[in-house]
Write a protein that binds this ligand. Structure first.
Ligand code: HEC
Length: 191
């Protein structure tokens, strides 16, 4: 009997009832996560665009390396959430995934590579201890991303790559194509 119960629980988890959130909480969490990640994306990309216009890609790399984390931290304070960007191939050491994030990133990559390259993949919200954890995929959404994340000697900008090599010796975040899954937002807030 015990065995059967265990099996039933497992099936329920695998079937997707394992988020730990009621349907209503799930819906609210996905909405809140979308608001926070939209605001964060806009906050970062407006400043990135400005730096690109003012001084070109290499200057924008310098700007990001000095300011990206502070911008995201101030957005965290505004939204009462811990906001991060992470990836399986990070540029900045402070964006390295924790175990939960690494698992989620792996799940998203598998889903995306197997059958969703055109449709994209959905954000998810799950419980994380006393918090809600929200994960949203980040794609190489515009050719502008390729200047700093594209293929060397092809789509990437040479001066940007020099600036990146100088500031991020362990960089793994080049070689991407337009439309590829680059990473994800990882946002947590108190339930
Ligand atoms: C001017 C160069 C530049 C451009 C253009 C650029 N990035 Fe980045 N990207 C960076 C740098 C530098 C970092 C590391 C920032 C830091 O130190 O926090 C970074 C970090 C990231 C991260 C966090 C994970 C990691 O690897 O550290 C993601 C996700 C990301 N970029 C996605 C994008 C997307 C999507 C675009 C296009 C919309 C884009 N980037 C355009 C330079 C750039």
């Amino acid at each position: 009997m015990k065995r059967v119960m265990g099996f039933v629980t497992l099936v329920a988890l695998v079937a997707g009832c394992g988020t730990g959130l009621s349907e209503l909480e799930q819906k609210a969490a996905l909405e809140q996560g979308a608001v926070i990640s939209d605001a964060s994306f806009q906050g970062l990309s407006a400043r990135l665009q400005k730096a690109m216009n003012e001084g070109g890609p290499a200057h924008a790399v310098e700007f990001c390396s000095l300011n990206a984390m502070a911008i995201v931290d101030s957005l965290s304070a505004v939204h009462g959430a811990r906001i991060r960007r992470t990836s399986d191939r990070v540029r900045s050491p402070h964006d390295k995934p924790d175990d939960e994030e690494a698992n989620m990133m792996h799940a998203m990559l598998t889903e995306w590579e197997v059958d969703q390259p055109e449709k994209g993949i959905q954000a998810r919200a799950v419980t994380y201890g006393d918090s809600i954890a929200y994960y949203r995929p980040i794609f190489i959404s515009s050719p502008a991303c390729l200047k700093c994340h594209g293929v060397k000697s092809e789509t990437a900008d040479a001066s940007a790559l020099d600036a990146i090599a100088a500031r991020y010796p362990g960089d793994e975040a080049t070689g991407y194509q337009l439309g590829e899954l680059r990473g994800m937002w990882s946002i947590r807030w108190a339930r």
